[in-house]
Each structure stands twice: as C-alpha cells, then as structure tokens.
Design a protein. Structure first.
Lengths: 302, 302
DNA sequence: TCGGTAATATCACTAAAGCAGATAGAAAAC
DNA sequence: GTTTTCTATCTGCTTTAGTGATATTACCGA
C-alpha cells in the first residue's frame, strides 16, 4: 500500500471519476486505474463501483477512514518541515541555574507566545552536565558557560555575563587574601563552570584551595551568602536581580576573570526540528536587540 | 515520502543501527541508507546521527510522531481487510418494518456482541425504498421482500414469512367478498411489498380495488386493526408476537399468496467491508439454524 | 599516533515498478 | 441506433528499488 495510491483513491472517491482524479493529481487515467487495481489486489476487495459514477463500495468506504488518517499525518509532517507555518512537538532545553533564572524567562515567553503548540521541557544543571545531556540526546539544545570545544556542534553566543564576588552586605572592597583563605566558598554542585572561576579567582590571589559548600539552588546559595556563610561568584545581573531580597553585596572582579559568555549550543542546524529552528531564530533576534550577533559555527561536514 | 521508508526509519530509530534495521525488515544495509537519505532529502533535514550509535536527531524525533501515526493507520487498515480479527467502522442496514421488529433484534444482538466496534445504523422503509437506497449507496445492505431482480447484486434468502389476514378479534373464517369489498385495508406507505399482496388477495377474490389507509409504523396499524378499522396482511410471526397486546386475530391465506421470502441483498461479496462480510456470516449461521441455507448469487463479473 | 574493527556511504548492476499514450471495450445519453 | 463518455488493457519507455561488493569514516585500544 502506497501513499500515492491512497491519494489517488481519495481523489476518485471525491470526484467520482477516474479521469477527474487523474487530472486533479496531474497524471493520466490509466495510472489511476493501475493504482486502484493494485490497492484492490492488496486488500482483496473491490473498492470502487465502476458502473456509471465511480462510487465507493462498502469496502472502499471502510478504507477511506484509514486512508484519510495516513494522508493527514503525511501532510502535517510535510507542512511541519517544508513550510514550517507552525512549529509543534517537543523542545527540550538545558540551561544553567543562573541562565534559567535571569535570561530565559523573556525568551521562553516570547517563543511560547508565537508557537504555543510546542511543549517546552526545561532542565537545569551545571555546564558539564548540560554538555553530557546534549551529547546523549537528552536535551535538544543547551545554554552553557564558555564555548563548546566539541566538533559537530553549533554554537551561538547568547549572553555575556560579568561575574562578581558576592558576600554579605556591605562589601566595600575586595577581601584580602587572608579573608579569602579563611572563608568558605559557596558554589553549585560539581560541574558548574562558575565554580571553576572561583578556583581561578583564588589562584589569582595566590590561594591554592578553599573550603567549598555545594548548593543545588540559587536561592539557597544567596540565603547562605547573606547570612555571612561565605563568598560566591555569580553574574552581576543575577545578583542585582536578587539584591533586594537578600542582604548581599558584591565587588567587581578583574575583567579576565569576570567575563563569561553564555553560548547556545545544539547539533548542526540541518538536524534541527522546526521547533528547535524557530527557538534559535527567537534567540538570535533577542541577541540582536542587545549586541551585534556573533555566530560561531562548526565546520559543516557536507 | 513512502511508507516503506518510514518503516525503515522507525526500525533504525528503535534498533539504533542501519544493519540491524535492515535485518529486521529483511533487506540490506545499503537499502536502508538509500531510504533514509531519500527521506532526509525530502524533508530537508538530517534525521539520524550516524556517529557511533545511530541516534535520531531532533528533527528525526519530530518525525517519529507522524511516522507512527501513518504506520499505525496502515497496519490497522491491513489487519481489518486481510486478517479481520475484529470488524469495525460503520454498517448501514436497511429493513422492512416487520423484519426490523421481529427478525433483526436477535441477529443484531448477536452481531453486536461479537463485533462491538461496528457502528450499526438501521434504516426502516418499504421494499421499493430499500432497493433504491441500496442502489444509491445509502445503505450497505437491505432485507427486502421477494428476490431482487437486479444484476450485480448478491441475494441471500434470509427468512420465510407466512402472511395472514389480520382483523379485529375474533376472526372465525375468511371474510366474504362482500365484507372485503366493504372494508378498509391498512397498509404501510407506498412501496411496501406486503401491500401488493393485499391487492393480490383482493383480485384473488374477484375484488378489483379497495380503500387503503397508509401507516408509518406497525403499532399504529395494529391498533387500528384491533379497533375494527379494517383488515391488513402481515407475517404470521409478527401477528403472533403482538397478539397479546392488541385485540386482533387472523385467518390464514392461500399458500401461493401467503408465502413471502425475505432476502438479504447487498452488492457483490468482493466489495464488502469486513463489517458487512461478518454480518453476512452472522446471518448465514442464523439461517442455517432454522433451515437449510439457500444461496442465490448473481453472476460474478470477474 | 597508528592499526584494527565496526559502522555507514557509494557504486555498478539487475529487476521491477511507475508512467504516458494509444486503443479497445462497455455503459450511458441522446 | 448512434454518439459520447468512461474505464480497462497494452506497449514502450523511464525511473526507481534492491542487491552485493567496495570505499570511506569513526571509534577504540595499544
């Protein structure tokens, strides 16, 4: 059974004529006859009464239901890919805690408004996990800190973050080496790229290691920071967004340490579902509003 | 897009390998490659990651939903016709009022118990209308009085009825010619074959014409008969079934007039949907329980 | 970094199927 | 009874599918 045959069959059913069906689908009558006969042979039943008007037999009517289902699914699939008037299906996004909290809401809102059919699944985790999930196919795309070194992945610079050293308010100046050495650092669980910055910061100040408390959520970490439990390193925008809720303050860091770019990474664009492609579009337009876009695409293996 | 390609695509998705998919569907790996590549070309997107495990891309996952829908509909259609484990769909039956009331209930009950998926639509009318509906395709089959003369239709003798003259109780003997001439006859609306029998009965007794009242339902007719409004001709079994509810009685008629066969008629068997074919089966077994079956099939135009 | 291994891609060839045009046959309309 | 209109069949051509052998690529371990 072929979709072509079913298409012709439905045309015959609707027009009541083999020649009309042939014209509608831009072929010849003998071809229609051949397809209908083949269908009848496969199903072991006559589908069309040929006397006078070509009317469907009872068997033919029974087939229409299934033929219509197949053709509908086919047309929808084709429309989804070729046209792409509306994206649908599932979109699994991975992102860091800070990105999720600060950057994604407006982006997701805009995307969802335009493509309400897409079922968005958001998964939060540190950069290392995100990359693993992406490679394992557990997410369709991810927002990670720093550029992905791996080949065969497409990367788009999404957001630029300025990391600051966060501690209990007030913080007038950078803590001394002694203070840093004596204090605890608060970080997300293993794999968070910001945590690497903490270690970079420590080495920058000549401190080799420090006590580190791991947290699972941003709120818990900020709460502990305001309570004076220790210092942490977070994007400035994140801190400013939460500063009114917690008694925290920050000092800016040296630029080489502070600057971190968040990249949108996914497999190559030609593997994207329409839902993912539209999401990348939405991201690009968001990025374009703030800064000139910078595309870093991997070598495409034609 | 071909169902064959989608079948291979799903096999690749499930097995994670081109060679495994080829083995499962009894073909060779190069063929799988060709089909997948063709699909990818048609949709303009890469569907499968080839590195290591053959995993689906995001686009590929989006396709699976539609592919599954198409293949499901295909499998169901095939199962419906070839196997026929369960009939489904719609079955439109036409029947005379008396047949509907007396003969169909047990048949329909048995059929519905076995094939609950079938949506049965019952349409009642006189024989002439039934034949017209059948030829126009408004019903899939019909129970009519007398054999259908038309070619290209399959007929199966379903029930034998013994017509009797019905009047208000008590009826000791056949009314005289004068009584018949003076009385009114009650019949279904134009086209009812039993009504022809009334006219035949009258001519048998030398009466050329009589006043006839037309009714739409059996109950109304029997009610009027019990009230002494006039006589009617009905199957003996029907009268006996309603005798306890109405004050009616009957006398038997001369055999050449009394005997009427009810035939099951439909288009030729090779045009039957599974639902219709199973219904004919059910009817045959019902008939076989009562009398040796008698098949009168039209010449099949191979 | 270099082979070995296991996977997919490509190629050449054969077979089959699809398609178009012409024609024959059958039914309906006049 | 003739004409018209429709479907079935036939023939040749073109395209496509399927097979098996071979090339290429990626991955893995030494």
């Amino acid at each position: 059974m072929q979709l072509k045959s079913l298409r012709l069959f439905m045309a015959v059913a609707e027009t009541g004529s083999f020649v009309a069906a042939a014209q509608r689908l831009h072929t010849v009558q003998s071809n229609v006859t051949a397809h209908i006969k083949k269908l009848e042979g496969e199903l072991g039943a006559q589908l069309v009464h040929r006397t006078g008007q070509a009317r469907l037999t009872t068997a033919g009517m029974a087939l229409t239901e299934y033929a219509q289902r197949m053709l509908n699914a086919h047309d929808e699939a084709l429309a989804l890919f070729e046209g792409s008037p509306h994206a649908s299906g599932r979109l699994r996004i991975g992102a860091m805690e800070t990105t999720t909290a600060l950057r994604l809401p407006p982006l997701l809102a805009a995307y969802h408004a335009e493509y309400p059919e897409v079922n968005i699944q958001l998964r939060t985790g540190p950069t290392a996990d995100l990359i693993e999930w992406l490679m394992e196919g557990q997410v369709d795309c991810a927002f990670v800190a720093g550029q992905l070194e791996h080949r065969r992945y497409h990367a788009l610079k999404a957001f630029s973050e300025e990391l600051v050293l966060v501690g209990p308010a007030p913080m007038a100046a950078m803590p001394t080496v002694e203070e840093l050495l004596a204090s605890t650092f608060l970080a997300f669980r293993q794999g968070c790229s910001y945590r690497q910055r903490i270690e970079l910061l420590l080495s920058f100040h000549g401190v080799s290691a420090a006590r580190i408390f791991e947290f699972g959520t941003l709120d818990a970490m900020l709460g502990c920071a305001s309570a004076g439990m220790g210092y942490t390193v977070l994007p400035k925008a994140t801190v400013e967004a939460h500063q009114h809720r917690f008694g925290i303050d920050y000092v800016e860091l040296e630029r080489t340490i502070a600057h971190v770019d968040t990249y949108f990474v996914a497999a190559e664009p030609n593997t994207w579902s329409p839902a993912l492609a539209r999401f990348a579009d939405a991201l690009r337009s968001t990025v374009a509003d703030e800064a000139p876009p910078l595309f870093i695409s991997s070598r495409s293996h034609a």
